[in-house]
Each structure stands twice: as structure tokens, then as C-alpha cells.
Design a protein around this ligand. Structure first.
Ligand SMILES: *Cc1c(COP(=O)(O)O)cnc(C)c1O
Length: 461
């Protein structure tokens, strides 16, 4: 490794003990969990890389802000502090909190589906976004650049839209039938890969020419903005805040899961640039779904912690460290020959288990098998992003074959040290070295929807 990695711009004040249970106990616990890491108790996990959602550490400023939370049902002062911060960051006029990203989605997405047969287009829809699009009676279509699928090839913005395909999709379905274009930044499902401002500007132009609403699914907009500063020549001298403002200026609506770049454990946001009628429709819907428009499912104290966290996530020292810790893990793995989505994304390393275990068929879920081996090796919990997650074709009931069988190692924000990540790399490399002995898994129990959460397996003999 020839690269330098920046140090964490913080030190520890409160610690949370973690323990590595014995190898015999890990074997027992994994069996009891039906060979599904989702079914493990967190006490039996040493290093938890299941998700970066709501799993980060808050600063002492955020813990302090909890004390000034105003728990009034209506007109809470916490809301006005949050609103001020979000207005400054986005330049948008209308702000409504929600309990999570999916809470924001359930309010906004159905309002854009005006008649049957509509579609949404995204670089790649996040799972819950896709679910809300489909529940609203529309189809979710992805238009991501081809570079995204070549894991070994360096490309600075693998999250970008395929612009030609985007225009073709609009022509195919006719512009009146496109309910919205959603820019997912960073592109979570592509490996936390960034989207360039050049690409977003081109998408915005297409949306405008066709009179289609443009949305930002910006759970990781701060990480995306810092990638732009690092990799897009025209923006190297701009601040991350300026880049974020320029990004938001392109769109009409911003949806956010604050559990990522909000640096809090729970929360979501809806922001609307200037359409007051749309804002009023959202306000009407949010009351029965999430809560009164000045709390939207959050406690006052949650809104105060979020107001502080949003600003901290835009600090450039923090972002540099954040992207470097993920890159650090990626470099250790790549140097050992482990196939990963390269370059590293903003929040996770994606290990290609199809390439790693070509002997395991897709319907014996190679990435699930590798996740299980990693738990046995070092008490580390990762997550399958592949054919298990995709489920079955509703018509044929066959398992759908994913383009890639990934094991995602997701890094919580401000939580683990380089020593932890070195240990993670060592364990992944040990599993990699014995890859030819890894066996697939088969179902013992499978639920009809969202099967990956509750499924039980046994190893294939
Ligand atoms: C996490 C996430 C969501 C959903 O947010 P929740 O807070 O988990 O409901 C939506 N879009 C993207 C890109 C996400 O990463």
C-alpha cells in the first residue's frame, strides 16, 4: 500500500464494549440463526458491518443538542432549528421531517403517480424506493452507466446515469408517463459509487426538456459532494457546501434517509425547492402517515441531533477521513487479490463472490455462503447483496439471477478504527484463501416477501 490515509479528526470520549465469542460458540450461534446473519443477535457479533444506516457514532455536540430538544406536539423549536439548517444546505424553501427515508418516500412518491402505467427512472433505485414506486402502481426502471458493472476497471463516477438509455426510456414510455427521475447519490446499490455534477446537469436538462419532476435520493449527498471535489476537475477548488448547493439547485425535490449523512440513529427528510402546492399536498399526507408536519415521526431531540449532524457531515476533514477509511479497507483487500468493486465507494466495500467462488451456483447464494464463513472466521457480520436479495420471479417462481453476487462490508460512520478494519481485512483474506472449500446454502425456510431477512438455510453437502 503506497497511499496515505487521513487520521480520524476526533478522539474517543464514550466507549461501547464489544466481545469476540469463541469459535465453538460462533459455530453454534450461526447454526441457530439458520445460516442467516440477519438472524444473529448483535451480542454474538464482534464487528458489525451489516449496514451504515443509523449505526454511526454521534459527537458530543449532538449528545448536548439532545438536551435542548423541544417535545411540543406543534411548532417545536427543534423543528425550526432543523429547518434553518436544511434550508441553508439545500437552498430549498419547504422542509418536512420524516421518521426515515422510507417515510419520506411513502409521502412523496404516490403524489407523483398521476395515472396508471407510469414509470420512475433512477440510476439505480434503492430497494425501499423501488418498493414505494411499485406500491404506488408505477414501474421502477434503472439507467446506470455500463462502467458500473466492470468491477476491476477504474472509473471515477460509476454511479452515473446512462444518458442515452435515459432518453430512450423516456421515448419508449412517453414523457407524460414518466412520474419522476430520481438521482440516487451516492448510488448505493452500485457500491456507494458517486455521480458527477456533469452527469447530474445533463440529467437535469433532460428532465427539464421533457417536463419531468427531478428528485434527489440523497442519503449520502455529502459523501457524493466530496467525491466530486476529489475527482471532477472543474470543482476541485469549490467547497463541499458549494458543490452540495449546486447539486440541489438542479432538482425539485430532495428525499433523505438521515441515518446516513445526517449522522443520527433515526430520521428522514423531505425538502421541496419552491412548489408550494406540492408542499401542501405533502403536509396533508404526512399527518396520518408520519405525524404532524413539524415533527414527522421524530422526537424533538432527534431533530436537534440531526440539525447538528447535517453540518458535521459536511466538514471536509471528516469527509476526507470517511472516504479514506473505506478506501483503506478496499486497498488491503485488493492488494491480497480479493475481487472488489473498484475504486472503493463512499460507505462500503463490495466483494465479488461470483468471481471468488465460481463453483457455487447462483441459487445456492455464493455471497451468503461467504458472509457465513466470515462470521465463523472472525465474528464479523456482513450482508449479501445478490440473488438472495432479489427474490423470485412472481410469474415463474424461479430464483432471479443477479448481475453480481456481492458481499457488502458496510462501514458505520465514526465507529471503528483502522485496527478494526485491518482485522476485518485479515479475516476476509483468510476466507478468500480457503474459497475453493466454501459450500453454498439451501433453504430450510423461505418467506414469500423480503425473504433475506427471515430465511433459514443449511449448508449444501
Ligand atoms: C437507506 C436508504 C433509503 C431508505 O432510508 P431508510 O432511512 O432506511 O428508510 C433510501 N434511499 C437510499 C439511497 C438509502 O441508502
Amino acid at each position: 500500500m503506497q497511499n496515505n490515509y487521513s487520521l480520524p479528526p476526533f478522539k474517543m470520549k464514550v466507549i461501547e464494549p464489544i466481545h469476540l465469542i469463541s469459535k465453538e460458540d460462533r459455530i453454534k450461534k450461526l447454526k441457530e440463526a439458520g445460516y442467516n446473519p440477519f438472524q444473529l443477535r448483535s451480542d454474538d457479533v464482534f464487528i458489525d458491518l451489516l449496514t451504515d444506516s443509523g449505526t454511526g457514532a454521534m459527537s458530543h455536540f449532538q449528545w448536548g443538542a439532545l438536551m435542548i430538544g423541544d417535545e411540543s406536539y406543534a411548532g417545536s423549536s427543534s423543528f425550526f432549528r432543523l429547518e434553518k439548517v436544511v434550508k441553508e444546505i439545500t437552498g430549498y424553501r419547504y422542509i418536512i421531517p420524516a421518521h426515515q427515508g422510507r417515510g419520506a418516500e411513502q409521502v412523496v412518491i404516490p403524489l407523483l403517480v398521476k395515472h396508471p402505467g407510469m414509470v420512475f427512472i433512477s440510476n439505480i433505485h434503492f430497494d425501499t424506493t423501488r418498493a414505494h414506486v411499485e406500491m404506488a402502481g408505477a414501474r421502477a426502471i434503472d439507467s446506470v452507466c455500463k462502467e458500473c458493472f466492470d468491477i476491476h476497471q477504474y472509473y471515477p463516477f460509476k454511479g452515473n446515469f446512462d444518458l442515452e438509455l435515459l432518453e430512450k426510456i423516456i421515448q419508449k414510455y412517453h414523457k407524460e408517463n414518466v412520474a419522476g427521475i430520481i438521482m440516487t447519490i451516492t448510488n448505493n446499490s452500485a457500491g456507494g459509487q458517486p455521480v458527477s455534477l456533469e452527469n447530474m446537469k445533463a440529467v437535469a436538462k433532460i428532465a427539464k426538456n421533457n417536463n419531468i419532476p427531478l428528485l434527489i435520493d440523497g442519503a449520502r449527498y455529502a459523501e457524493n459532494s466530496y467525491f466530486i471535489k476529489l475527482r471532477e476537475e472543474a470543482y476541485k477548488n469549490k467547497s463541499v457546501r458549494e458543490i452540495a448547493l449546486e447539486t440541489f439547485d438542479l432538482a425539485d425535490i430532495f428525499l433523505m434517509s438521515s441515518k446516513k449523512d445526517g449522522l443520527v440513529n433515526i430520521g428522514g427528510l423531505i425538502a421541496i425547492k419552491n412548489d408550494v402546492a406540492f408542499f401542501q399536498q405533502c403536509q396533508t399526507r404526512i399527518v396520518p402517515m408520519e405525524g404532524f408536519p413539524t415533527y414527522g415521526g421524530l422526537a424533538g431531540r432527534d431533530m436537534d441531533a440531526l440539525a447538528v449532524g447535517l453540518n458535521e457531515a459536511l466538514e471536509e476533514e471528516y469527509l476526507q477521513y470517511r472516504l479514506d477509511e473505506v478506501r483503506f479497507l478496499g486497498d488491503l483487500l485488493r492488494d491480497a487479490g480479493v475481487p472488489i468493486q473498484y475504486p472503493a465507494g463512499g460507505h462500503a466495500i463490495f466483494v465479488d463472490c461470483k468471481e471468488m467462488c465460481p463453483n457455487i451456483p447462483y441459487d445456492q447464494f455464493p455471497a451468503q455462503a461467504v458472509c457465513n464463513e466470515l462470521y465463523l472466521e472472525g465474528g464479523i457480520r456482513a450482508v449479501e447483496i445478490g440473488s438472495l436479495l432479489l427474490g423470485r420471479d412472481p410469474d415463474t417462481m424461479e430464483n432471479i439471477k443477479a448481475d453480481a453476487e456481492f458481499m457488502r462490508l458496510t462501514i458505520p460512520r465514526r465507529t471503528y478504527t483502522q485496527e478494526h478494519l485491518r482485522y476485518v481485512a485479515m479475516c476476509v483474506i483468510k476466507v478468500f484463501e480457503r474459497r475453493s472449500a466454501i459450500k453454498g446454502v439451501k433453504f430450510v425456510y423461505e418467506s414469500p416477501i423480503l425473504r433475506h431477512f427471515t430465511a433459514k438455510f443449511e449448508p449444501v453437502e
